[in-house]
Design a protein around this ligand. Structure first.
Ligand code: HEC
Length: 97
């Protein structure tokens, strides 16, 4: 029982600060059809290239799409239920491509 509190604190801090590239990779499976397996983009789907993009830019754009500041009907179904943590993980993975 005495380990419960430190453990909870550890898990919480990993959750809020740790960027999980492996999680980002699994989330990115839903994005491949429009942005390409390696983030190279997809001409038919008009999905722009994402590889090599700055992680902070990817997060800022995902947030803008989600809150409607930037309109993207095509992508909305894929991102509307994702959390800020998911965006961070996705961005960490995508910017590594
Ligand atoms: C159905 C196709 C589709 C899917 C699936 C999709 N996207 Fe997109 N995405 C687009 C299109 C189209 C644009 C360009 C929108 C525009 O013209 O503003 C875009 C734009 C973006 C941008 C902005 C790029 C820039 O240079 O400003 C980011 C970041 C992005 N997508 C990330 C993702 C991520 C992460 C996923 C998976 C969770 C995803 N997309 C899934 C079609 C898609």
């Amino acid at each position: 029982m005495k380990y419960l509190l430190p453990l909870t604190a550890l898990i919480f801090s990993l959750n809020s600060f740790g960027k999980d590239i492996a999680k980002g990779k699994s989330l990115y499976a839903a994005c491949i059809q429009c942005h390409g397996e390696n983030g190279e983009g997809n001409v038919e789907q008009q999905g722009p290239r994402l590889s090599g993009q700055y992680d902070w830019y990817i997060v800022s754009q995902l947030e803008a799409f989600q809150n409607g500041t930037r309109k993207n009907e095509k992508m909305m179904p894929y991102i509307k239920n994702l959390s800020k943590k998911d965006f961070d993980d996705l961005a960490a993975y995508v910017s590594s491509l």
